[in-house]
Design a protein around this ligand. Structure first.
Ligand code: CU
Length: 339
């Protein structure tokens, strides 16, 4: 068998001694570059937004983790992992918080660059979507979700020369354990207070909690009594004990505008909304049932929200209903009216 031999062509003018000299010239800059490079490399970090139980009944409204230390020039990619809407948003200092449908106004392209001077936000995003933000300058920045007022975090962008306290592995582990803690806490949540009405159904309970990094909320996306039995002529009262998380009570056709009640809904003297459903063919929508926004010093007092919805059922029948915001997460119920 013939074996191929590769001929090495000597480079003219370079003998063995010449090569050693060349190597010596290149060695020091190379060593220097190796020392500096790790500081210059723009690192890619990852984090997650929201979490939910398998049946989606418990939602963690949280950035996981909610506090990350990075270097100027680094980027963070957030992956959304809940069916509940969330945004990744960085407002300018002092910027008035906009509606999540409006954005900054508008929505940032992906990847976005945030240096504190221009607002960055995603539209509402759900499971599987991702968004990346690059942080070119040092500073401490507040991360918030425009859908949920008690869901924020902070990103510490340090100069490239400063050491970072944690690795990506640390954040992965923290995100996993915080997710587990929030969801298992949510699974144990019960309405803390009994509804006023003996025929009361609580539509939503939450716990607002937090870490040094930011605020987070656990929400139970279920009606407390999924099937309530009453007699004809009685009135069921739904209340929302979650101060920041809206729900609706919707019978029949789901309207296009979920915020406002359907035209048949009246207002009782105490401010609660009230409807009469005479037939299983009737459509009635409560609009958002939610408490007033939390008060802030220095701002005009917020109006009372509507936290109760009453429905009187004059006739027997089976009346299924949904929360139009969370029915796809399984938030549905039924009123069984007997004579
Ligand atoms: Cu709901």
């Amino acid at each position: 068998m013939k074996t191929k031999t590769k001929e090495i062509t000597p480079i003219p003018g370079i003998n063995k001694t010449g090569r050693t000299r060349l190597a010596a010239i290149f060695r020091w800059p190379l060593l220097l570059a190796l020392l500096i490079l790790p500081q210059m490399v723009q690192a890619q970090w990852t984090a997650t937004v929201g979490a939910q139980t398998d049946e989606k009944g418990i939602q963690a409204l949280a950035f996981l983790p909610n506090e990350i230390w990075i270097h100027a020039g680094d980027r963070i990619t957030w992956t959304f992992q809940a069916d509940e809407n969330h945004t990744v948003t960085f407002l300018r200092a002092g910027q008035v918080r906009p509606d999540f449908n409006v954005g900054c106004p508008g929505f940032s392209s992906d990847p976005a660059i945030f240096d504190g001077s221009t607002c960055v936000t995603t539209p509402a995003m759900v499971t599987g979507q991702t968004f990346t933000v690059i942080f070119p300058v040092a500073g401490n920045f507040k991360l918030t979700c425009l859908v949920h007022v008690n869901m924020d975090g902070r990103i510490h962008v340090l100069p490239a020369s400063d050491p970072l306290p944690h690795t990506q592995a640390f954040y992965d582990e923290q995100a996993a354990s915080h997710t587990d803690e929030l969801l298992s806490h949510g699974a144990k949540m019960k309405p803390l207070h009994v509804p006023n009405s003996p025929l009361g159904v609580t539509a939503g309970i939450t716990d607002i909690t937090g870490t040094a990094g930011g605020t987070e909320t656990v929400a139970a996306v279920r009606f407390s009594h999924e099937n309530i039995q009453i007699h004809a002529g009685q009135t069921v009262e739904w209340d929302n004990q979650a101060p920041i998380f809206p729900h609706t009570i919707t019978f029949g056709q789901e309207p296009a505008n979920l915020q406002n009640p359907s035209p048949d809904v009246t207002v009782d003297p105490d401010g609660a909304r009230h409807a009469i459903i005479a037939s299983t063919a009737d459509s009635t929508h409560s609009g958002f049932i939610i408490a007033a926004p939390q008060e802030r010093r220095g701002l005009p007092q917020a109006p009372l929200g509507v936290t109760r919805f009453r429905v009187t059922f004059p006739n027997p029948g089976i009346f299924p209903y949904i929360c139009a915001l969370h029915d796809e997460m399984g938030m549905v119920g039924q009123v069984t009216v007997t004579p």
